[in-house]
Design a protein around this ligand. Sequence first.
Ligand SMILES: [Mg+2]
Length: 125
Amino acid sequence: MAHVLVIDDQSHICTIIEHFLTAEGHTADLAENGRVGMQLAGLNAYDLVITDIVMPEHDGLEVIMGFKQLYPLVRIIAMTGGTARLNVGSLLTTAQFMGVDRVLAKPLDFIKLLTAVNEVLEIRA
Ligand SMILES: [Mg+2]
């Protein structure tokens, strides 16, 4: 079972993802932005990070860059609903270019999320 870091500035998203992960037997730590997420990453060893992209105080692209530099073996799933100025496709393409394992558009399809989680953890195993 995996130790997962979930980063999203919408706390209900973190809570729902945690619910799905713990139901699958995983453990999850939650962070409300990239700054807090990177602090947790310095304290715990994670198998997987699920990060939102658009967040205040260190966005998801900064999180991805930080993990690629500091913890390159940790799997990453990036998710976003975009913004008024940045569309979903552009942000997810950027995340893919930065080397994340999976990308998901919001609103989240939680079945797709769990499939992505299982796939990236199997790749690691
Ligand atoms: Mg957000």
